[in-house]
Design a protein around this ligand. Structure first.
Ligand SMILES: Cc1cc2nc3c(=O)[nH]c(=O)nc-3n(C[C@H](O)[C@H](O)[C@H](O)COP(=O)(O)OP(=O)(O)OC[C@H]3O[C@@H](n4cnc5c(N)ncnc54)[C@H](O)[C@@H]3O)c2cc1C
Length: 129
């Protein structure tokens, strides 16, 4: 498989993560002279501050999750790919993903944070990724 990113003469900026940080940057760079490749393991953005409201049935999950492609479907220089990034090769200026290699001129890593369970393995086993 391949990511099938079109060839371009523009410098390619790969942004890993379409959370708050990655999405904001992609929106700033939309319609600017760069080829933006935004990748995330999900095809939706989640508004994390409202997780509590979903957990307590105050909101439906669909109220806090937005399809990433819809945000950029009228932005020709932004390409979204749903992939999991496995590693970064700084020498080759490329990332390895579950659908193959994507090269970059500039790389932005905006993959958020991992939850710290402070050794509470019973709580960790309840966590859904
Ligand atoms: C319950 C809750 C409530 C919060 N409330 C507030 C609040 O009230 N106010 C506030 O300012 N902040 C709040 N925050 C914090 C805020 O949501 C985070 O600070 C913010 O989301 C961080 O943005 P980010 O872009 O760094 O990472 P994230 O938004 O976490 O985005 C990271 C993205 O990277 C993707 N990703 C990770 N690893 C990979 C990989 N290997 N391959 C591909 N994609 C990958 C993930 O799928 C995700 O989409 C809250 C967080 C939580 C969990």
């Amino acid at each position: 498989m391949s990511a099938r990113i079109p060839e371009s003469k523009l410098p390619r900026i790969v942004i890993i993560g379409a959370g708050f940080g990655g999405l904001k940057l992609a929106r700033i760079l939309a319609n600017k002279p760069y080829q933006i490749v935004l990748v995330d393991k999900h095809n939706f953005h989640q508004f994390q501050p409202l997780f509590y409201q979903v957990a307590t049935a105050g909101l439906a999950p669909s109220a806090i999750a937005f399809p990433i492609r819809k945000l950029f479907h009228q932005t020709p220089n932004v390409h979204f790919r749903m992939v999991s990034v496995l590693s970064v090769n700084t020498m080759m200026k490329s990332i390895e993903t579950d659908i193959g290699t994507i090269t970059f001129d500039k790389l932005v890593i905006a993959t958020g944070a991992d939850t710290n369970y402070f050794g509470n393995t019973s709580i960790k086993s309840m966590h859904f990724q």
